[in-house]
Design a protein around this ligand. Structure first.
Ligand code: AMP
Length: 405
């Protein structure tokens, strides 16, 4: 199957060729035809599968010519909104369509200007969109296509009320597209309320590029976590590395300590000003800085390629987040390494990650590191995962219905 056979118009085919895409990805093959037909769709696919083009291309095809505010794409984070808008612009460069990008943490001026220019496509985060709506800067009465990206994340972040309000302000006759890495009950319920007889496009979550990622768990006493991080940084040869933290405070604290140790790092979390978030991400993406310290705001959705190493300073509290974090490395067939530092109190969370992966995480110790506790007391040996459950890192694992929060 090629893009032409999917029925996309010539300006889009040209843009796709310019991007160097040769064939549609599976999520694109499954999503583009029903969206072009005007059907609602629930797409379950994670970042890296080409899901943005899966909704952007057919939406652009349906819009084609300048009208007035006809598509709205909602994203949970500012970075993802920026990325979606960039994609719409790239794919739609041969079409006569105007864009507006609305997200919080920045002044209103440029956004008002874009809204005054009769945009055809609005990409927004829920909070700022509601601010504009309440100020009467736009209305959603002419929305024909409503896209919600990373719906599971949007609900995890507590946006359910905002999202519901926004959906209610769009016409019932709209086409609605939901994209979500996982489809827990909350997403299912929202989609049953908001979508009509949707087509489904499901790409099982891959233990991302995991055949190219080697995983390891580093048990360590809580008090020595930072020292072990420093020891690991000396030991590993990373080109670029994301260190994930559970909290914003933790991210700030450890990045400060790293700086005091002579490391150059950038920080990405939701308490920072948008300007600082964008520049941290840009500098990291372009290789100006090799270490990014981040919360899960960077674990999903963002198209950050060529990350050679991921370190979880904290064991992720939800096993799916492990997969999303690890998905930052080993992309595009490059080798990656993923290390998780684990204090004894976090072992129970490791258990649920291993259950999800169907594989134990190999326990490792840094040879010349002076552990203050017996290694055997820090971590019992990795469990034997039964053959039936052991699907291997390289295989596909479905998240459907697994998530309990
Ligand atoms: P996404 O899952 O939307 O974040 O996309 C991940 C990456 O895949 C982006 O860098 C896209 O430019 C790229 N991509 C999307 N569709 C294709 C395709 N059909 N062929 C090759 N690369 C693609």
């Amino acid at each position: 199957m090629n893009f032409k056979e999917l029925g996309l118009c010539p300006p889009l085919l040209e843009a796709i060729e310019g991007m160097g895409y040769e064939v549609p990805t599976p999520i694109q093959e499954m999503s583009i035809p029903p969206i072009l037909e005007g059907r609602d769709l629930v797409g379950s696919a994670q970042t890296g599968t080409g899901k943005t083009a899966a909704f952007a291309l057919p939406s652009l095809d349906r819009l084609r010519k300048h009208g007035e505010c006809r598509a709205l794409a909602l994203a949970p984070t500012r970075e993802l909104a920026i990325q979606i808008e960039e994609n719409f612009c790239k794919y739609g460069k041969g079409l006569d369509l105007r864009m507006a990008l609305l997200y919080g943490g920045v002044k209103y001026g440029k956004q008002l200007e874009q809204l005054g220019n009769e945009p055809d496509i609005i990409v927004a985060t829920p909070g700022r969109l509601l601010d504009h709506l309440s100020q009467g800067n736009l209305n959603l009465r002419k929305i024909e296509i409503l896209i919600l990206d990373e719906v599971d994340r949007m609900l995890d972040m507590g946006f359910i009320e905002d999202v519901t309000k926004i959906i209610q302000k769009t016409p019932k006759s709209r086409q609605t597209l939901f994209f979500s890495a996982t489809i827990p009950d909350s997403v299912r319920r929202l989609s049953e309320w908001a979508l009509k007889n949707p087509a489904e496009a499901k790409i099982d979550i891959k233990i991302s590029a995991a055949d190219t990622v080697s995983h390891a768990l580093y048990p360590v006493p809580a008090i020595q976590k930072f020292d072990l991080l420093i020891a690991l940084l000396k030991k590993i040869k990373f080109e670029n590395l994301i260190i994930f933290f559970q909290t914003r405070r933790g991210t700030d604290k450890i990045s400060k300590w790293l700086t005091e140790h002579g490391e150059t790092v950038r920080v990405l979390h939701s308490d920072l000003k948008q300007r600082d978030r964008s520049s941290a991400l840009e500098e990291f993406k372009h290789g100006k800085v090799k270490i990014l310290c981040a919360t899960d705001v960077a674990s999903r959705g963002l198209d950050i390629t060529n990350v050679t190493h991921v370190i979880n300073y904290d064991v992720p509290q939800h096993s799916e987040d492990y997969v999303h974090r690890i998905g930052r490395t080993g992309r595009a067939r490059t080798e990656g390494e993923a290390f998780t530092l684990c204090k004894p109190e976090e072992l129970s969370m490791v258990d649920s990650i291993e259950k999800l992966l169907g594989n134990p995480l190999p326990r490792k110790f840094v040879d010349d590191f002076g552990y203050r506790e017996e290694r055997s007391s820090l971590a019992p040996p990795a469990p034997q995962v039964s053959k039936k459950r052991n699907r291997g890192f390289g295989k596909q694992v479905s998240f459907g219905g697994r998530r309990k929060r």
